[in-house]
Design a protein around this ligand. Structure first.
Ligand code: UTP
Length: 294
């Protein structure tokens, strides 16, 4: 039976959004990567919707320079709303951007020293509670959403959880990979984590995707951890140290993941979402077929 202290409900989520987004330059020179839209919703909106569906109340954005548009997006736009109301336009479309007062907190990562460092910057707000992490450039499409699936698993096992996906063996060397232990349905015990292994050294083809539920002790590990690969504080290194100290599981996500941090993944996500939307799919399908000369 897991210690009750490792089963506290997940009410807070950290969204590290302080990265430079260099792969999307020049588009991301003045616009945060997380505000790039898949059709008509920015990436950050998909992540926030997924968090709320999973019962998360407090959103903690770890921001950096040039990221104010993200906070504006979740603020009330009085002028816009007044004008829309005057013109009898429905405000329903803005509903997902409304956050309960006090439930959006921002902290600043002054220097982009990596994902692990970004998470550590949120330590005072996270406090002594387990918390979720969302990497908004990984778009997770599923019903229920990825974090809801993870929270359901957390309610069974507690401790720490990461979301994983199976990929073809030739792709493992681009990702963080888990060393799997006992499997029970979608839940796999994690025995170790390896960052970007060679194909022949990879302990599995289960790659870490951008959703986590971690216990607050990870903050102390990050605090004491030095700079790792690429001159950055690596979250994977900190999680590796938690394995063996606390329960650590992976949840195989039943759904689709799109890596919107790279250009082809972004285009794939845009097409996939458009082809699922009843208001667009027929037209987009016809366009795609025409462009392909089919
Ligand atoms: P990425 O590795 O995708 O880096 O970060 P990036 O800077 O966003 O993009 P590229 O590689 O330059 O194109 C993964 C996540 O971690 C956040 C990013 O905002 C993204 O959500 N991050 C990364 C930080 O918040 N701070 C950092 O120092 C690094």
């Amino acid at each position: 039976m897991t210690d009750p202290a490792l089963r506290k409900p997940i009410k807070k989520a950290v969204f590290p959004v302080a990265g430079l987004g260099t792969r999307f330059l020049p588009a991301t020179k003045a616009i945060p990567k997380e505000m790039l839209p898949i059709i008509d919703r920015p990436l950050i909106q998909y992540a926030v919707d997924e968090a709320r569906e999973a019962g998360i109340e407090q959103l903690i954005f770890v921001t950096g320079r040039g990221k104010t548009a993200i906070v504006e997006h979740f603020d009330t736009a009085y002028e816009l709303e007044a004008t829309m109301s005057e013109r009898d336009k429905s405000l329903d479309v803005l509903e997902p951007t409304r956050i309960q007062p006090g439930n959006l907190v921002t902290v600043r990562q002054q220097v982009p020293l990596g994902l692990g460092h970004a998470i550590w910057c949120a330590r005072a707000i996270v406090g002594d509670e387990p918390f979720a992490i969302f990497l908004p450039d990984e778009l997770m499409i599923g019903a229920p959403g990825c974090m809801k699936q993870m929270v359901e698993a957390y309610n069974q096992v507690g401790g720490n959880l990461i979301s994983v996906l199976e990929v073809p063996e030739e792709e493992v060397s681009s990702y963080g990979v888990i060393a799997p232990g006992r499997r029970d349905g979608a839940l796999t015990e994690v025995l170790g984590l390896v960052e970007k292994p060679k194909r022949e050294d990879a302990p599995s083809n289960l790659i870490i995707s951008g959703r986590y539920i971690l216990q607050p002790e990870v903050m102390r590990v990050l605090e004491n951890q030095g700079i790792g690969a690429g001159g950055e504080v690596q979250l994977t290194d900190a999680m590796s140290q938690m394995i063996g100290q606390q329960p650590f599981h992976a949840v195989t996500f039943a759904g689709k993941r799109y890596d919107c941090g790279n250009k082809t993944g972004f285009v794939e996500a845009t097409l996939a979402v458009a082809l699922e939307r009843p208001d667009m799919r027929d037209e987009v399908r016809a366009i795609a077929l025409r462009l392909l000369g089919v």
